[in-house]
Design a protein around this ligand. Structure first.
Ligand code: DGP
Length: 113
């Protein structure tokens, strides 16, 4: 898989505002926030997109989601929030390293564009 900006963040080569760091995932604030809270939760293993996941990745993906919910609670998103995973160009994915967006802190519109 080609290196991405998220690979550079994992390796500490470019700075990010880190919210969570463990053996398998990293969470940091999005550089272009679309809501008062906009955190990205990513696997440390380079997985390009949802479309590249296999059955063996189920625990990892579950971990990303659980970590996102823990961050949401810690950041006080008691009124709700949204988790989004964009996949591929039509899905709006611009960085080819799997990531879960955690968005909250305001009422979010539906449906997304
Ligand atoms: P997506 O469009 O789903 O691939 O989302 C990629 C997100 O990554 C987008 O919301 C902006 C964010 N992003 C891109 N480059 C950087 C960066 O260098 N640092 C941080 N913190 N976020 C970035």
């Amino acid at each position: 898989m080609a290196d991405t900006v998220f690979g550079k963040i994992i390796r500490g080569e470019i700075p990010a505002r880190i919210e969570h760091d463990d053996d398998s995932c990293l969470a940091f604030h999005d550089v272009a926030p679309q809501a008062p809270v906009h955190v990205l939760v990513i696997p440390k293993r380079p997985i390009r997109a949802l479309a590249d996941l296999g059955p063996g990745d189920a625990a990892l993906v579950g971990h990303l989601v659980v970590v996102a919910t823990q961050i949401a609670a810690r950041l006080g998103l008691a009124d709700g929030y949204r988790l989004v995973v964009n996949c591929g160009r039509d899905g709006g994915q611009s960085v080819d390293h799997l990531h879960v967006h955690l968005l909250g802190g305001r009422a979010l519109g539906w449906p997304p564009g």
